[in-house]
Write a protein that binds this ligand. Structure first.
Ligand code: ITT
Length: 197
């Protein structure tokens, strides 16, 4: 069985990828399997650049095929913020949510989208980058206990539940991450398997 490393320090992302890879003939490793993995500076200005930096570094260090995602929330009324700075917007999930709701206090336009770029790398080289999105609105109050990050305040279009109220399986049907992943897995099956990774 082939193995692939997901280059993330975010355990929630690993959990989502484990779900998304369920039933595939590939073993998912994570950075938790590589103690001593060095901190990698995410100094790109786009999701694709940061995903590429993370995937390339992991494929070299782990000497394996690797993928990484860089993702975040773009809010229309905030000109796309927090965007690539979504994880650096505040210190913890509750603080990030509180800050976002404060910035949007009294703002009528609550349109937003989650974006996810997944880069796949081998031998330190990025082979491909795929992008997914999901559109929705920011609620007035956090709702729900599941998921992570901004999930409690994100209401995907066509649903009356936030990402934190939906089950993991329901989130996977429409999420930005699943969207990018479905394109990436086709590439892994078609191209990467030819490299005998
Ligand atoms: P890695 O870089 O190690 O993967 P990270 O959490 O720092 O972990 P990012 O730099 O890609 O990852 O930041 C993404 C942030 O965007 C994440 O911390 C959340 O705050 C938010 N985010 C991304 N996807 C999300 C999702 O599905 N649900 C809720 N929030 C999400």
């Amino acid at each position: 069985m082939s193995h692939i490393v997901v280059a993330t320090a975010n355990a929630h992302k690993v959990e989502e990828y484990r779900r998304l890879l369920d039933g595939q003939d590939v073993e998912l490793m994570s950075l938790a399997d590589y103690p001593g993995y060095p901190e990698v500076e995410e100094n790109g200005t786009t999701f694709a650049e940061n995903a590429s930096i993370k995937a390339a570094a992991a494929s070299s260090y782990c000497e394996a095929a690797a993928f990484a995602d860089d993702s975040g929330l773009e809010v229309e009324a905030l000109d796309g913020r927090p965007g690539v700075y979504s994880s650096r917007y505040a210190a913890s999930d509750p603080e990030r949510i509180a800050k976002l709701l404060k910035e949007l206090d009294g703002v009528e336009n609550r349109r937003a989208r989650f974006v996810c770029a997944i880069a796949i790398a081998f031998n330190g080289e990025v082979l491909e980058v795929f992008e997914g999105e999901v559109k929705g609105t920011i609620t007035l109050e956090p709702r729900g206990k599941d998921g992570f990050g901004y999930d409690p305040v994100f209401l995907p279009d066509g649903y009356d539940k936030t990402f934190a109220e939906l089950s993991g399986a329901e989130k996977d049907k429409i999420s930005h991450r699943a969207n990018a992943f479905n394109q990436a897995i086709e590439f892994v099956e078609d191209t990467l398997s030819a490299l005998d990774f």
